[in-house]
Design a protein around this ligand. Structure first.
Ligand SMILES: NC(=O)c1ccc[n+]([C@@H]2O[C@H](COP(=O)([O-])OP(=O)(O)OC[C@H]3O[C@@H](n4cnc5c(N)ncnc54)[C@H](OP(=O)(O)O)[C@@H]3O)[C@@H](O)[C@H]2O)c1
Length: 339
C-alpha cells in the first residue's frame, strides 16, 4: 500500500531483568502489498502478554525467540485491508501471531467468528487466547470437582479472572491470589470468588492456610515463586496443579524459581502438568462456544484494561509486571470496526 506508513516496535537488545526503554525501538516503515497466501491487516488490538518477555530472551523455549533487529512478535487482532488468501476477504476480522505494529503482513492468521453484540475487546480477551487458556487449563488439566478448593494465582488478570470464574461455575470453592487489597476486593465483588489472598501483605503462607481451611485440591498456577510455594505447602492428597505460567520468573536474570516444597508432590501424590494453549487449537471452536454461552447467560464476566496507541505498547506490557492491569491488558492500535 503506497500511502500507508507502519509504526512498529523492533527488538534492539535482549532485556536484562525488566524491559528498559532502549530494549525496543519504535520505527517507521512503508506497508508492502500482501503476496499470495498473505493478508494485510490493520491491527486493532495488540494482546500484550507476559510470555512476550520470554520471547524477548534467548532461553530455550516453546518457539523461536524474537531475533534482534526484528519486529517484536505479538498476538494481534485486526481487520483485513487486502487479501492474497482465497478464504479471507477485506473487512474480515483475523487474529494470530503478528507484531507490535499498526499494520501486519501475515500468513498464519485465523478468521475470528464474530459474536453478535460482543465487541472485539471481548473476542480479544474472554473469547480469545486468555479465555481459552483458562478454559482448557481448567477443564482439561486442573479438572476441579464440585466442592473442591481451587486456588488461582494472578486471579485478577486476563487468564486468572476467567479461570477463577470457570472454577466457580463448575462448583469449586475458588480462592484467588492477587496483589493488593483493591484487587482482592475486585475479584470477590466482580467475579464472585469465595476468598482472596493478598500476597503483597507478606504473609501468603498463613493467609492461604486461613483462606483454604480444607486444603487445596487444584492449583491453577500463573505465577510460581513464593505464591506457589504456599500452595504446595497446603495441598491435599491427590491435588492437581495446572502449570499455566510462572510470571514471577520471567524477568529473572539468573535461574528461574524452583519449588522449595517439591517433595510434597510425592507426599501428596500430586499431579503437575504444564500446558500450552497452542496445543488446543483444534478445539478452539468448542472452547469459544462454551465461553460465549457463559458470557451471554451472565455467569462469566470479563474485564479489559486498555491503553491506546502503538507507541504505548511497552507501557501496556509493563503493566503486566507491575500488576497495574485489572483483567486482560490490551493495547488498542486503531478503532474497533463494530462500535
Ligand atoms: N500456558 C499457556 O498457554 C499460557 C497462555 C496465556 C498466559 N499464560 C500465563 O498465564 C499467566 C497470566 O497471564 P495473563 O496474560 O493473564 O496476565 P495477567 O494475569 O493479566 O497479568 C499478569 C499479572 O501477574 C501478576 N504478577 C506480575 N508479576 C508478579 C510477581 N512477581 N508475583 C506475583 N504476581 C505477579 C500481576 O498481578 P498482581 O497484581 O496480582 O500481582 C499481573 O497483573 C502468565 O504467567 C502467562 O505467562 C500461559
Amino acid at each position: 500500500m503506497k500511502d500507508l506508513t507502519n509504526r512498529r516496535w523492533v527488538l534492539r537488545r535482549r532485556p536484562a531483568g525488566e524491559l528498559r526503554d532502549d530494549d525496543l525501538e519504535l520505527v517507521e516503515a512503508p506497508v508492502p502489498e500482501p503476496r499470495e497466501g498473505e493478508v494485510l491487516v490493520r491491527n486493532v488490538y495488540l494482546m500484550v502478554a507476559p510470555t512476550n518477555r520470554v520471547w524477548m530472551s534467548d532461553i530455550d523455549q516453546y518457539m523461536a525467540p524474537v531475533a534482534l533487529g526484528e519486529p517484536m512478535r505479538g498476538m494481534t487482532m485486526g481487520v483485513v485491508v487486502e487479501s492474497g488468501r482465497g478464504d479471507i476477504r477485506p473487512g474480515d476480522v483475523v487474529e494470530g501471531p503478528m507484531a507490535w505494529e499498526e499494520y501486519s503482513i501475515a500468513r498464519h492468521v485465523r478468521p475470528v467468528p464474530l459474536h453478535h453484540g460482543l465487541p472485539l475487546a471481548a473476542l480479544a480477551s474472554v473469547l480469545g487466547s486468555s479465555g481459552l487458556t483458562a478454559y482448557f487449563g481448567l477443564t482439561d488439566v486442573g479438572r476441579p470437582k464440585a466442592g473442591e478448593t481451587l486456588v488461582v494465582s494472578a486471579a485478577a488478570g486476563g487468564v486468572g479472572s476467567i479461570a477463577a470464574q470457570i472454577g466457580r461455575i463448575l462448583g469449586a470453592r475458588v480462592v484467588g491470589v492477587a496483589g493488593g487489597e483493591r484487587k482482592c476486593r475486585f475479584v470477590q465483588e466482580e467475579f464472585g470468588l469465595a476468598a482472596c489472598v493478598d500476597y503483597k501483605r507478606g504473609a501468603v503462607l498463613e493467609d492461604l492456610r486461613a483462606a483454604c481451611p480444607d486444603g487445596v485440591d487444584v492449583d491453577f498456577e500463573n505465577v510460581g515463586g513464593e505464591v506457589m510455594d504456599a500452595v504446595l505447602a497446603h495441598m491435599n492428597a491427590g491435588a492437581r496443579i495446572a502449570m499455566c505460567g510462572m510470571i514471577a520468573s520471567y524477568n529473572a536474570t539468573g535461574d528461574w524459581w524452583s519449588p522449595k516444597l517439591f517433595r510434597n508432590v510425592i507426599m501428596k501424590r500430586a499431579l503437575i502438568q504444564g500446558f500450552l494453549i497452542s496445543d488446543y487449537i483444534p478445539r478452539f471452536a468448542e472452547g469459544t462456544a462454551q465461553l460465549a454461552e457463559w458470557v451471554r447467560d451472565g455467569s462469566l464476566k470479563y474485564h479489559v484494561d486498555i491503553v491506546d496507541g502503538i507507541e504505548r505498547a511497552p507501557e501496556g506490557f509493563a503493566r503486566l509486571f507491575s500488576g497495574a492491569n485489572f483483567g486482560k491488558q490490551l493495547v488498542r492500535v486503531s478503532p474497533e470496526p463494530l462500535a
